[in-house]
Ligand binder design. Structure first.
Ligand code: NDP
Length: 304
């Protein structure tokens, strides 16, 4: 097993581990053990969010993992996210003060005194969107978040920050995998020094959020494999999941695989033993289908 321990730069002071552990759809009941196991298996980045409703348990897992692995808090990169509110779901949009208060709530639930990265979960903030960003800038100024960013933001939302004369995010966490490659957004982000973080890297797999009610917009047709990924993975002697994750890190995207299965949790960070060759990278590039299939798709208010 070759645990992939590389990091990518986030801002002048901070680097982000290339492979992190995602915790969406991991319950409060399961998160402590899952996060503990992830740390013992070599994961050094844990990604959670206020809206995942598991921060207390994720925090307990971080403490347990750190203690058992003989690590320090500084060895683990912790990301959480502001739930900004969503008018289309009847929710109030958080203003700047409420953003800072929500952040402090996350810190308390996680049981940490700083996070490594704090993100605005989605650009649903409407008239408060810039004020929410001002809230994150204040949190960073206070040293409570070492880096700050956004998630699911399009170029339009990033331009809004720039037009207001505010510092740009360190990162934008977005759905990225061979079916959703977003080349224009990534080029814009590169030009502006905004690091990409990939979520739902495993979406092309038949096993991706396979249980009913796991709110993916994946159609039945998408669940039928054309065998291309399987053949390519076989060539390298790895699983399709490893191939998809290696594609991410080889492109310079930090990835966040989630698994509650111990064997899959281990294989998802075992990415150091092979390199995808240029011909296969070109075949994977041709698989782009545009928009993603995770939670944001089909929500007409998503890009408001
Ligand atoms: P992933 O791409 O991590 O896929 C997870 C799914 O794939 C689960 O069903 C899991 O099942 C299965 N799986 C995991 N490993 C393997 C493997 N090796 N072989 C086969 N199947 C596997 O999906 P997520 O959507 O959870 O994205 C990852 C993380 O990104 C999230 O957990 C979250 O932290 C973040 N995220 C952020 C979003 C945002 O809006 N900012 C949106 C979505 C995700 P099992 O557990 O049974 O192994």
């Amino acid at each position: 097993m070759t645990v992939y321990q590389q990091t990518f730069p986030l801002n002048r002071e901070t680097a982000i581990p290339a492979v992190g552990f995602g915790t969406y759809l991991i319950s409060q009941e399961d998160a402590k053990e899952a996060v503990r196991a992830a740390i013992l298996n070599g994961y050094r980045h844990i990604d959670t969010a206020e809206v995942y409703e598991n921060e207390e348990s994720v925090g307990a897992g971080i403490r347990a993992g750190i203690a058992e692995a003989g690590l320090a808090r500084e060895d683990i990169f912790v990301t959480t996210k502001l739930w900004q509110g969503h008018a289309a779901w009847g929710q109030k949009l958080k203003n700047e003060e409420e953003t800072v208060a929500a952040f402090n709530g996350s810190l308390e639930r996680l049981g940490v005194d700083y996070v490594d990265l704090y993100l605005i979960h989605a650009p649903h903030g409407g008239a408060e969107r810039l004020n929410q960003w001002r809230g994150l800038l204040e949190i960073k100024r206070l040293g409570k978040a070492r880096s700050i960013g956004v998630s699911n933001y399009s170029e339009k939302h990033l331009e809004e920050i720039k037009a207001a004369g505010l510092p740009l995010p360190d990162a934008n966490q977005i759905e990225l995998h061979p079916w959703s490659q977003k080349p224009e957004l990534l080029a814009y982000m590169k030009e502006n020094g905004i690091a990409p973080i990939a979520y739902s890297s495993l979406a092309p797999l038949s096993t991706w959020r396979a249980q009913p009610g796991q709110d993916s917009a994946k159609t039945e047709a998408m669940k039928i494999s054309d065998g291309v990924l399987a053949a390519m993975a076989a060539k390298y002697g790895v699983t399709e999941a490893q191939l998809l994750l290696r594609w991410g890190v080889q492109n310079g995207y930090a990835v966040l695989p989630k698994s509650l299965n111990p064997e899959r949790m281990r294989q998802n960070i075992d990415l150091g033993g092979f390199v995808i060759d240029a011909a296969d990278l070109a075949s994977l590039k041709a698989m782009d289908r545009g928009d993603g299939i995770a939670w944001s798709i089909g929500d007409p208010t998503h890009t408001d």
